[in-house]
Design a protein around this ligand. Structure first.
Ligand code: PLP
Length: 742
């Protein structure tokens, strides 16, 4: 019953405004309009509900574009004449009234949680800790996949009604803005964001977080993400010492010592902030090891209440959930014991926690005096519920952390997995949503744990589906041309060269996308292993193929930046020019454009280094198809691989393609750490073979009606099999059932 009701609600929300109301709303004064717009802008619910963005886009389309689609920035910069003119427009008043009504309705609607758990588990309160949150491109508080996952988690918690608040830091410079110089090197820019245009509320509450010998004052800011409240700490205050103000200067910036103290602010300060705003969590969820010190703060609290060390640890473990995201041993934060003990001095003293106890909690081998504090080990020892982010990642994690649990066999390690997902309403293009609704009769945005409607995708009309694909691909080409032109002009490239490059981009060509952080294990330049072979694939004028790349490397990751440069150089290679493109400043907007417009999503990490990956989950609901190494989520997502088939046949699934051998399913240590070059050559050869014999051939295998029949079938199978399971609605429901209320 509830499902039906929520279906109806979402249908109403996305219906054209004119169908929702027949009365033109009463006149509106500019003051009232400003107040109403402000209220809408301050709840980031608009980031996944187009109906709430519409009045801002209508207010001033140019400003809307210039502010990266920020409702608040558009409102702040809109002059009195603009507001006045809008108030005179019945269409604008209607859009505003509809948006307000939809928000009010959504905030009070009955939810999955109300139906499934509210009665049985009254008083449940989850506090979710993460170092970054990606909610929208105009709120640049994220660097990549971890933040995207966290943002999507919060939105699903809101839609499903799960009682969850989030804790994080507010970064003055965000991450960084990326530009490519003329030689392809990365330029790192740190913009200063105007707080007045950021949708954060001053709560008036502040905390004093003990770090080392000082108390650092931090303001507690609040960001409303639908029903989910996000508390962000800001230490950039005049009364703090200059080095303490740096704690919230930027994301993943600075020396290890600064990062460690940042993590004290996140964990210890985060717990203080929760108390200051009156939130008493029944569970804390540490999303990655950065917030491990929250568990130490909790431990100190229980000790201070008089519990023994062992009893206090038991209590902390009952209350703590930990999600690990890093399948590579070297990727886990480790800090010297002296440094950590000094930074946590007051917290440890408060709980009477000795240095030996800290060491025992944070080392794989506590007796090894040289071993530093490992944030992940702390979380493993202080959380009862621990999970990796995909089935394969669970396997890798159990193997990796055997020693922490004193286990001989990986199967005895109590680490499970909750496979990641994506928040459908955030990533789904409104035109694709409309297509599924009308062509297949289901609501892709339903606020339920699972959405079986996707099964109906297989029955979609091929011609209508192909028209939708062409629309989305054409939009991507338009978007990419604009971004490429802007960057080329800035670099001073001549108008003729720019024009030639843009014209070569083809809205009807097979379009393959690769966008992710340029961490080296993701191997962005793998495609260029054999340029001659690639040149033949993209150079066929009758069967054009184009690749669009985007990605940012961490400012200190010179290897990743070298990869970006290699891709940049390839866009200028005489045999690839006009067929390979690189868009700078990969963010949520670029991500949305690519995952909706690309026909194929390429993913070629070193297995098993990709814990999950989520970008590939965003394509199938737009009719895109994955071509990926069997790493991260893909071994779970892929359907219909024939394990007995050899060669290309063994890599063709019914909903996509698997680079590499189909019998390569089991985790194989040698694969990851063996001869790197041989592995890269082998994976690249598989990729070329797939492109030549299956992907390009199938895309251009057209019937008399001009439709690629087999391709469309594969794409519809992809839509029918991926988005239902790989959504954060399913993921959050799983966290609830397995960890939050048990
Ligand atoms: C989805 C997304 C990611 C995560 O992609 P991966 O496949 O995990 O690398 C990172 N950044 C942005 C902007 C995204 O949209």
């Amino acid at each position: 019953m509830a499902a039906k009701k929520s279906n109806k609600r979402s249908l109403a929300n996305t219906a054209p405004a004119a169908h929702r109301r027949t009365l033109v709303p009463a006149p509106l004064t500019p003051e009232d309009a400003r107040a109403q717009l402000r209220e809408l802008a301050m709840n980031l619910w608009w980031s996944w509900n187009e109906i709430a963005r519409r009045p801002f886009a209508a207010l001033d389309p140019v400003l809307w574009h210039a502010t990266k689609h920020s409702p608040l920035a558009t409102l702040v910069h809109a002059g009195p004449a603009t507001i006045e003119a809008a108030c005179a427009e019945p269409g604008f008043r209607l859009a505003l009234a509809d948006a307000r009504a939809a928000l009010t309705e959504a905030m009070s609607a009955r939810t999955w949680w109300d139906d499934a758990h509210a009665k049985a588990k009254p008083g449940t309160q989850i506090a979710y800790f993460c170092s970054e949150y990606a909610i929208h491109e105009s709120v640049q508080q994220y660097s990549g996949g971890l933040g995207v996952l966290a943002g999507d988690h919060l939105k699903s918690a809101s839609d499903l009604g799960v009682p969850l608040v989030a804790v994080g830091l507010y970064y003055r410079h965000g991450y960084y803005i990326q530009q490519f110089a003329d030689d392809g090197s990365t330029k790192v820019l740190y913009p200063v964001y105007d707080r007045a245009t950021m949708p954060v509320v001053e709560t008036g509450v502040s905390i004093e977080c003990p770090i080392g010998d000082r108390h650092v004052r931090a303001k507690v800011l609040r960001m409303d993400v639908g029903r989910t409240r996000v508390y962000l700490l800001d230490a950039d205050l005049a009364e703090n010492a200059p080095e303490d103000r740096l704690l919230t200067e930027g994301l993943y910036k600075g020396e290890p010592d600064l990062r460690m103290r940042q993590q004290v602010l996140l964990g210890v300060g985060g717990m203080l902030a929760l108390r200051a705003v009156g939130v008493a969590p029944t569970k804390i969820h540490l999303n990655e090891g950065h917030a491990a010190f929250a568990a130490i703060a909790l431990l100190a609290e229980f000790r201070a209440q008089g519990l023994s060390h062992e009893a206090a640890i038991r209590r902390v473990r009952e209350r703590t959930v930990f999600t690990t995201h890093t399948p590579v041993a070297a990727g886990h934060d480790r800090y010297g014991v002296d440094m950590v003990a000094a930074a946590l001095r007051e917290t440890l003293a408060k709980g009477g926690i000795s240095r030996a106890e800290l060491e025992a909690l944070s080392r794989e081998r506590p007796e090894d005096a040289k071993e530093p504090v490992c944030m992940t080990v702390l979380c493993l020892k202080l959380a009862e519920k621990v999970n990796g982010v995909a089935k394969l990642h669970g396997v890798v994690s159990r193997e990796m952390w055997k020693s922490v649990y004193g286990a001989k066999k990986a199967k005895d390690v109590p680490i499970g997995h909750v496979t990641n997902g994506i928040h459908v309403a955030t990533w789904l293009d409104p035109r694709a949503a409309e297509f599924w609704r009308t062509a297949c009769g289901f609501d892709p945005r339903a606020a339920t744990a699972r959405n079986k409607g996707w099964k109906r995708a297989e029955g979609a009309d091929p011609a209508a589906f192909w028209a939708m694909r062409t629309t989305l691909r054409t939009s991507l080409v338009r978007f990419a041309r604009e971004r490429l032109a802007r960057a080329a002009e800035r670099r001073g490239e001549g108008p003729t060269a720019i024009d030639e490059m843009l014209r070569s981009m083809d809205p009807n060509a097979l379009t393959i996308g690769f966008a992710r952080r340029f961490a080296t294990y993701k191997r962005a330049p793998l495609l260029f292993t054999d340029v001659d072979r690639l040149a033949k694939i993209v150079g066929d004028a009758k069967r054009p193929v184009q690749f669009i790349f985007a990605g940012k490397a961490h400012p200190r990751d010179l290897g990743g930046q070298a990869y970006a440069r290699k891709v940049f150089e390839m866009t200028r290679h005489p045999a690839l020019r006009g067929r390979v493109f690189l868009i700078e400043e990969y963010d949520m907007e670029v991500g949305r454009a690519l995952v909706s417009g690309c026909d194929v999503w390429l993913n070629n990490p070193i297995r098993p280094h990709e814990a999950s990956g989520t970008s590939g989950m965003k394509c199938p609901m737009h009719g895109g198809i994955n071509c990926s190494i069997l790493d991260g989520w893909w071994p779970e997502g892929v359907v219909g691989l024939d394990p007995t088939a050899r060669g290309v046949k063994g890599m063709i699934a019914s909903n996509g393609w698997a680079i590499g051998r189909a019998d390569d399913e089991a985790f194989n240590e040698a694969d990851a750490h063996g001869a790197g070059e041989a592995r890269d050559l082998r994976d690249a050869a598989s990729l070329y073979e797939l492109l030549e014999k299956s992907i390009v051939a199938e895309f251009y295998d057209r019937g008399r009606d001009g439709l690629p029949k087999k391709w469309i079938k594969r794409a519809l199978t992809s839509a029918a099999t991926v988005p239902d399971f790989f959504s954060t609605h399913r993921m959050v429901a799983e966290y609830v059932d397995r960890a939050y209320v048990s």
